[in-house]
Design a protein around this ligand. Structure first.
Ligand code: ADP
Ligand code: MG
Ligand code: MG
Length: 252
């Protein structure tokens, strides 16, 4: 089992404090959801975990099995088993999707232990079938001209191929039609297991109809203010966030 532990995390962007003491522990074999109103720091948390240079950690710790993640460069974080699906995945011209995925897999392996081309192609074909993706997506340049739905599906393809220990999925469900949403959920559910933990950030409860999270956390004003089981997401869907604000005495 592996554990990702975030303790008292404070993060600033351009000297403005956005995260004000986030605490969160995720084990492998668990799926956690973070919900919360817009602008409360959910994406900031994802970016800070992945080491985006614009996000300055001013206090607190992030550790995987006791290893200090904050001391690692971005590529070292990926090597340590972290995977981030961006809210707005970027385009990389001149790199095919297949090449990108293969390099990412090999970056996590020792020299001399790279995945063979045959094995890679076999796994890629199988996974693209599973995700109901067009085979020509593999040879297209990364994210170039991909529709919103194709980008998200592609993030799940990357996830299933790279097999990270912990995935941070930021609004992987936004802008998806119901069929694409089901495919994305199918991929995440397929990953669920002993070697995999997931933090799914979502603005809507919708995704959680297809992925049952072990824990649901509510983020407001830069902190995790409430945690519970799947029933918490259902209550948020039905009643919004006002009752939590009242309960905790949070002003808008
Ligand atoms: P959420 O994902 O919960 O909607 P964000 O983490 O995106 O919230 O944003 C939290 C706050 O940080 C917002 O007030 C937002 O304006 C600010 N913020 C986020 N990213 C940046 C940035 N790159 N530069 C300046 N401010 C930012
Ligand atoms: Mg955010
Ligand atoms: Mg966001």
């Amino acid at each position: 089992m592996s554990t990702l532990v975030i303790k008292d995390l404070h993060v600033s962007i351009e000297d403005k404090e956005i995260l004000k003491g986030v605490n969160l522990t995720i084990n492998t074999n668990e799926i956690h959801a973070i919900m919360g109103p817009n602008g409360t720091g959910k994406s900031t948390l994802a970016s800070a975990i992945m080491g985006h240079p614009k996000y300055e950690v001013t206090q607190g710790t992030i550790e995987i099995d006791g290893e200090n993640v904050l001391e690692m460069e971005v590529d070292e974080r990926a090597k340590a088993g972290l995977f981030l699906a961006m809210q707005y995945p970027s385009e990389i011209s001149g790199v095919t999707n297949a090449d990108f995925i293969r390099s990412a897999i090999n970056a996590r392996r020792e020299e001399g232990d790279e995945i063979s081309l045959m094995k890679f192609i076999r796994e890629l074909d199988k996974t693209m079938d599973f995700l109901e993706m067009d085979q020509d997506m593999a040879q297209r340049y990364l994210n170039e001209g991909f529709s919103g739905g194709e980008k998200k599906r592609n993030e799940i393809l990357q996830l299933m191929m790279i097999k990270p220990t912990f995935a941070i999925l930021d609004e992987i469900d936004s802008g998806l039609d119901i069929d694409a949403l089901k495919v994305v959920a199918k991929g995440i559910n397929e990953m669920r297991g002993e070697g995999f933990g997931c933090l799914a950030i979502t603005h809507y409860q919708r995704l959680l109809n297809y992925i049952t999270p072990d824990q649901v956390h509510v983020m407001m004003q830069g902190r995790v203010v409430k945690s519970g089981g799947p029933e918490l997401a259902q209550r948020l869907e039905a009643e919004g966030y006002d009752w939590i604000k009242k309960e905790l005495g949070i002003e808008d």
